[in-house]
Design a protein around this ligand. Structure first.
Ligand code: F6P
Length: 522
């Protein structure tokens, strides 16, 4: 992989950064009061306003040149055409094929028929559950869905169902992600096994947390309905059909997806089945359509106005040239409360890497810490740090132009606060009273959705997916593997037998903690 930091495109950006030093975002606005228009671009109906970034048109031009230099246009084609862009796992990352009706091939084989077949099965089963045609073992209608899954097998469906809560007209959907019995107990509280459908969502069908929860669900169902009830009460969304079969889930209850769908990109696959049950397949398909529109834009818009690419480049600018080590995700919509957690997995699991795709140490810092929380409650908590903390930070604001609620006054207040926050971060406050002064010049992007509906939620998530991919290309990262999560799993696999009395050699630090815990548990 050619060197990033010694490339002329990078050097030009460094020189430009230095030339721009001391120029505040507010001054850029004074120079060009129309920069709102020239820094706002559209993607699948979403407006992306980059005008509060510490960037000039020249900055964007140099960033686009960097993207070309790093081969972004070619990489986008490799992504969409099913090349094995996940190098360490030797797989394509073809989640885009799940959202349209276009032919795409893996190893010369068209994947569209399989995609359509799986989508059709999702339609049939989600309708059957919603219309009461899928009966439980006792003949009872399904009124609740208990979704067991973690990471990408949980965050996406949970976010979608929360975001589109206003459309929830099917059975109630609950989630258990953690291997914490208390979370499981809370989730089943008040549920009747006779009218509950359990969805085990796991790409690998080996994830310990999910498998433990699946066993707990099996015990819960069997205790009141008997073992013979399981086929009416347990279904799986997985890429490991054999493991689901061995677990005891009949083939007709297994909703597959291909191994070229990464876990954190799997909400578009059968992992989205709880969404289709909760709000209807037609709305799930609206999400797919919104995501597909963002795919088309990412693939065809010139880089100069390609929103996911520009979002990636602005992120690189903030992270690598301006030194912002964190990205705060600030949705001004309560129903997007889970968005920061969703994007945290998407960004940090994808680009939280220290070597490039060939194993060489990265020359530049990679993914910032992604965190955040919903506005306005965050304003009364961590925004103090955003305004007066010592660390450089970049922010993403997400707002919807129209409210899902009839309470118009609320929405005006909500938007006023969102816009006030980005203005305050940019302008700051100069005053001799140092405790009141805010340095300002803290960059942000504002994404404006016409409304928080299925189409634009799909578009927003796909926009971020492509942003993450484009950043990986700039940094030279394989964004589709996640080997860093394996070490802890392996160590836990040694500790557990020791906790259960086995003769296992443990690290003294772990042995010590086990002793402390045992004493306190008495
Ligand atoms: O541990 C990380 C991870 O592999 C994620 O990438 C994935 O979303 C999650 O675990 C769950 O994995 P699975 O769907 O195989 O249970």
């Amino acid at each position: 992989m050619p060197s990033l930091s010694s490339s002329p495109a990078w050097q030009a950006l460094v020189a430009h950064r230095d030339a721009l030093a001391g120029r505040r975002i507010g001054e850029l606005w004074e120079d060009d009061p129309a920069r709102g228009d020239s820094f706002t671009f559209h993607c699948a109906g979403i407006a992306a306003d980059f005008s509060k970034q510490r960037a000039t048109p020249e900055t964007l031009g140099l960033l686009v040149a960097l993207a070309r230099d790093r081969g972004l246009p070619e990489a986008i084609e490799r992504l969409f055409t099913g090349e094995r862009v996940n190098l360490t796992e030797n797989r394509p990352a073809l989640h885009t094929a799940l959202r349209g009706d276009e032919h795409a091939s893996v190893d010369g084989q068209d994947v569209l028929p399989e995609v359509q077949r799986n989508r059709e099965r999702m339609r049939v089963v989600s309708q059957a559950v919603r219309e009461g045609l899928w009966k439980g073992h006792t003949g009872a209608r399904i009124r609740s869905v208990l979704t067991l899954g973690i990471g990408g097998s949980s965050l996406g469906p949970r976010l979608a169902l929360e975001a589109l809560r206003g459309d929830a007209d099917g059975p109630e959907v609950r989630f258990v992600a953690n291997v914490d019995g208390a979370e499981f107990d809370d989730a089943i509280a008040g549920l009747d096994p006779a009218s509950t459908l359990v969805v085990v969502a796991s790409k690998t069908f080996t994830t310990q947390e999910t498998m433990a929860n699946a066993m707990a669900a099996r015990r819960w169902l069997e205790a009141s309905l008997g073992a013979e009830a399981l086929p009416k009460h347990v279904i799986a969304a997985t890429a490991n059909l054999a493991a689901a079969g061995q677990w005891g889930i009949p083939e007709c209850n297994v909703f597959p997806f291909a191994d070229w769908v990464g876990g954190r990109f799997s909400v578009w696959s059968s992992v989205g089945l709880p969404v289709a049950i909760g709000i209807g397949m037609h709305r799930f398909e609206q999400m797919l359509a919104g995501a597909h529109a963002a795919d088309l834009a990412f693939r065809s818009d010139p880089l100069e106005r390609n929103v996911p690419a520009l979002a990636a480049l602005v992120g690189v600018w903030n992270r690598n040239l301006l030194g912002a080590g964190t990205l705060a995700v600030l949705p001004y919509a309560s129903r997007l409360e889970s968005l920061p957690a969703y994007l945290q997995q998407l960004e940090m699991e994808s680009n939280g890497k220290r070597v490039d795709a060939e194993g060489n140490p990265l020359e530049a810092a990679s993914c910032p810490v992604v965190w955040g929380g919903v506005g306005t409650p965050g304003q009364h908590a961590f925004h103090q740090w955003l305004h007066q903390g010592t660390d450089p930070v970049a922010c993403d604001f997400i707002v919807a132009a129209r409210s899902p609620s009839a309470a118009r006054e609320h929405h005006e207040v909500l938007l006023a606060h969102a816009f006030a926050q980005s203005e305050a971060l940019m302008e700051g406050l100069a005053t001799p009273q140092t405790h009141k002064a805010c340095p300002g010049d803290r960059p942000s992007t504002t994404y404006v959705l016409p409304a928080l509906d299925a189409v634009h939620l799909g578009a927003l998530l796909a926009l971020y997916e492509h942003k993450v991919f484009a950043q990986g290309v700039i940094w030279g990262i394989d964004s589709f593997d996640q080997w860093g999560v394996e070490l802890g799993k392996t160590i836990a696999g040694r500790i557990l037998p020791a906790m259960r009395g086995g003769e296992v050699a443990l690290h003294p630090a772990t042995h010590h903690l086990l002793g402390v815990t045992r004493k306190l548990a008495r």
